[in-house]
Design a binder for this molecule. Sequence first.
Ligand code: 3H9
Length: 712
Amino acid sequence: MSGTVSPKPASRFVGYSVRGGVAVVTVDNPPVNALSPGVPEGLESALGRAAADAEVSAIVVMGAGRTFIAGADITTLEEMAWGTGPGAPALHDLLQKIEDSPKPVVMAIHGAALGGGLEVAMAAHYRVAAPGAQLGQPEVNLGIIPGAEGTQRLPRLVGIERALDMCVSGKPLNATEALAAGLIDQVIDGDLVEGAAEFARRAARGRKTRERSERLGSPESNVRFYVGARQLAAKIRRHQEAPLRAIDAIEAAAALPFDEGCRRERELFAQCVAGDQAKALIHAFFAERAAAKIPGVEKAAASPVQCVGIVGSGTMGGGIAMACANAGIQVLLSDSSEAALSGGLARVRQNYDISAKRGRFTAEQVEERMALIRPQLELKGFARADVIVEAVFENMALKKDVFRELDAIARPGAILATNTSTLNIDEIASATGRPESVIGLHFFSPANVMRLLEVVRGKATSGGAIAAAMSFARQLKKVGVLAGNCPGFIGNRMFFSYMYETQFLIEEGATPQQVDDALTDFGMAMGIFAVDDMAGIDVAWRVRQELGHFREPGVRKPLVQDQLYQQGRYGQKSGKGWYLYGEDRKPVPDPEVEALIERSAREAGIARRYVSNREIVERSIYALANEGARLLEEGFALRASDIDVVYLNGYGFPAWRGGPMFYAGLAGLDQILSRIRQFEREHGSRWTPAPLLVRLAREGRTFRDYDRERAA
Ligand code: 3H9
């Protein structure tokens, strides 16, 4: 291809070259070509240059590196949310310039065209994309709506129904879907720039998207789409504002002229970005990325895990095997008897079949995954594993036996991981001659679904092992969070305080259902008693024995859970626990349990009283934050935001509240401290406030401030 290349870029962020009469304008703002200050200006000036360039008949806009444009720079949105910066880029002039260009503009999309990236692309006359491209309006994930005319142009291209679905779900379309939906004009196999330039050369000057109205429907025909979208929002984004405001903005697209619709969008965008939900969700976005950064530990060089050995084919072992097979990793799955192993494999097969029935996998994909899982009765074959995960019963003696055996078999440098949820990693590591390679990989059940992976560092665990474990988490598409080695690590250590507090609340007068309803109204994915029944009351009992909870004299011990255990009420698995369960596994309150709670409280001399939902939420959630503050100060979590990531991805804490530590900051640490002091007066020393919480509250700071100061 002949052409001239400009000696100088149009701006620091935008390159300009000409290929056979087509200007190629390249956004170059690594890592994801976000629309940071300077990028829109650079684009505008490159477009102006192309317009004036007599040699140029058409324009292609693309992204350098791994992606097109991943949207507005979220750091600028964060500043806007907190009122500390000028805020989001004003893209209107750029979009108008693209749309009004006298020469056809073709967007050449690879990687991600998300948020503002898609909004820029939709202002062009044409869009072409590489097969792997993703196009979407994921703003709801950040608690906002598209703010650069996306709610007005998207429905003009894909229709009201599809636009609503994209803006409420936040899910992107792949290139094939985008083509079918009318969002792009061609999928280009092979060289994207060449293909896009060729497309541009042949292109007539296209229509302006803002002038299209044929897919906007009529007020009558759209009603059912709005109703459907509100139902979808209630189902998948309960309690969230942004999806509802996105629907309002799309309604405006259908009802108002383009410019008025854009005005309405701007108002709704401004409302959302100033709200607490946007602050929380933007915090969650950056918190997840910060968790991958571990001071003193270099990111592992890319040497993906090829083979994983798993000891134990029970619920956890099987789920971990599925998580690995889903990532294309070969799995050696072992158990102590033929019967246990075939039972474990049958469960894996059954889970895959259920997923296939739900349309998540094809039958062929299920077979590919099953073929990656090789059952073995002996551990000998584990010599070739890069990572070995022990997933046997929560029993220290048993785990040490397994690690002794693994030490004799595993290749040098292999990661020896335990999936314990509570036990001491150092003691487990002491059974081996290589404690530097021993680490905790605490998967959450179901391990093939839950995104969280707690990576637990023992006192001898090497930086290399930590880096490898974090990279393994990424390979499994999970969020790895580093935790220190204390009983329960981050997640369960806090969970104990939370769980026991709710059990005290039912002794004092609430019911399990009232507690669960109050917590789900707060936004938790499940109520605590329903969680306990799902995880197994027998499992919780075993953990209590192993960790010696309530052995100290004078400590208030919950009265009912041991009795449920003794009655064989293990939860869902036995059809009854805190609740009763039928075929549909929906929890049904059980008068027998309520009578047991009342009787136990009376015998213990606890006066039953009215407990408000507000008290339930405060005592549950503040118990989490207080314990979180303790373990942060003790160094078992690197950052408060890591604790939030654990709770958002492993414990169903609502993302739009940002996690327990972020939520505490928004609620006001001084307010929380005064309630905690009151609880201390009423309930004793388990409510002693964490020193860090006291200090921050006194200084008028939050856990977010604390993280920022320590990172600086
Ligand atoms: C928007 O556009 C609003 C509009 O309507 C306009 C309003 C006026 N900004 O995820 P990764 C960083 S809202 C700033 O690990 P991957 C990220 O923090 C925006 N930074 O990579 C990380 O930094 P670090 C709508 C961003 O390959 C690094 O890039 N767009 C942004 O796994 C790598 O990120 C979105 O919501 C950004 N927009 O995934 C898209 N994006 O290395 C959000 C990323 O220091 N982004 N960073 O930790 C994503 O979904 C993924 O990052 C993406 C790449 C799929 C692009």
